[in-house]
Design a protein around this ligand. Structure first.
Ligand code: NAD
Ligand code: UD1
Length: 348
């Protein structure tokens, strides 16, 4: 019996695959490599010392995906596959709705057909929209401010309906706060395409010299230093949260949402200071206007996950910064080998 991991070649998926393999699970990975590279999976094998099947398949392709269900005994699914760039989702909403929602529908239809009714789904704190109160609990009002966020919200609702129609379903909806950091080996990590939108990969690229300075989006929020506050969570803690959620869906039925965060907020200026302190690198920055759509303060109340899943985040911001920097400095071009870059630059 195997766990199907969709989007397993991506940032959070690859870290979760390592934890699953280390815990003795058999896994099958499906990914179309739209925003990732098979090199991450090669390194997952290297880190775990274990092998697994990989299908380079688009979830939108029902016939291809059905082969995976025919060829393997799937026990449960961890569903990471999706597009996640907020700005791009505003420009290309149909692409996001089609990829994220239709992809999930095809997956869930096949799960139903093959009698696989246990799923752990990657949602996001973005489903809380512009929340009025912190810390944010799972029963806070939901809302989304962009197409990406709406795909997560709609999928959550679809999953609620699936359970109502058939109470055999067992569904864990995981609402991630801000995943950062990397595996402590420095072999796998976040590999964004082009200039990063998110804070930590931007900081590490400034530290590496690829970007000149960080722009801090707004210093007039009602926070201790005026800069935005977020709940950063180490990606390995997050990965372990998936194993706990998997145990839960294996042993019960129902549909439940869980915050995966630390419960602790840090401002942008605090993150820069922590990064400088633990890495010894300087991060030049300048204050600029607020980024449209941003909120001032967002951090979780993670007690439901502790109570019901037995999970708690253990790693602090020093470790998050050190691990993010180790990954960046050991892999200046992400998963792309320098040899390939040389070949590409010779061609152009
Ligand atoms: P990622 O882009 O690194 O990984 C997503 C993976 O899904 C990629 O490998 C991509 O190739 C694959 N994929 C996308 N569409 C596919 C399709 N139609 N068929 C097959 N594979 C497909 O992103 P990540 O950071 O690892 O995020 C994983 C999940 O967690 C996503 O659903 C994302 O929305 C969600 N999430 C991420 C964050 C974050 O900050 N990283 C926060 C909240 C939620
Ligand atoms: C982003 C996504 C959100 C997603 C979340 C977790 C956007 C608009 N939102 O939110 O949907 O759920 O990641 O992955 O992309 N910052 C800077 N300078 C930078 C980058 C960021 O000052 O160059 C600030 C931001 O204003 C914010 C904080 O750093 O206060 C964190 O930003 P980011 O990493 O983009 O995460 P979120 O804003 O939480």
């Amino acid at each position: 019996m195997a766990i199907l991991v969709t989007g397993g070649a991506g940032y959070i998926g690859s870290h979760t695959c390592v934890e699953l393999l280390n815990a003795g699970y058999e896994i099958v990975v499906v990914d179309n490599l739209a925003t990732s590279s098979s090199e991450s999976l090669r390194r997952v094998r290297e880190l775990s010392g274990k092998d697994f099947k990989f299908y380079q398949i688009d979830l939108l392709n029902r016939e291809d995906l059905e082969i995976v269900f025919k060829q393997n005994k799937i026990e449960a699914v961890i569903h990471f596959a999706g597009l996640k760039a907020v700005g791009e989702s505003v420009r290309l909403p149909l692409r996001y709705y089609h990829n994220n929602i239709t992809g999930t529908l095809v997956l869930c239809e096949l799960m139903q057909e093959y009698g696989v009714k246990r799923i752990v789904f990657s949602s996001s704190a973005t489903v809380y929209g512009i929340s009025e109160h912190v810390p944010i609990s799972e029963d806070a009002p939901l809302g989304a401010t962009n197409a990406y966020g709406r795909t997560k919200l709609m999928i959550e609702e679809i999953m609620q309906d699936m359970y109502v129609s058939d109470p055999i379903w067992s569904i864990a909806i995981l609402r991630y706060f801000n995943p950062i950091g990397a595996h402590s080996s420095g072999r796998i990590g976040e590999d964004p395409n082009g200039i990063p939108n998110n804070l930590m990969p931007y900081i590490t690229q400034v530290a590496a010299g690829g970007l000149k300075e960080l722009q801090i989006y707004g210093n007039d929020y009602p926070t201790l230093d005026g800069t935005g506050v977020r709940d950063y969570i180490h990606v390995v803690d997050l990965a372990q949260g998936h194993l706990k959620a998997l145990e839960k869906v294996m042993s019960t039925t129902g549909v439940e949402a869980y915050n995966l965060g630390t419960g602790q907020g840090y401002s942008v200026v605090e993150m820069v200071a922590a990064f400088e302190r633990v890495t010894g690198r300087r991060i030049p920055y300048k204050m600029t206007d607020r980024r449209p759509g941003d909120i001032g303060i967002c951090y979780s109340n993670p007690t439901k996950a502790e109570r019901e899943l037995g999970w708690i985040a253990e790693k602090g911001i020093d470790e998050m910064c050190l691990d993010a920097w180790r990954w960046q400095s050991n892999n200046p071009h992400g998963f792309q080998e320098e040899d390939n870059l040389l070949v590409e630059s010779n061609i152009s």
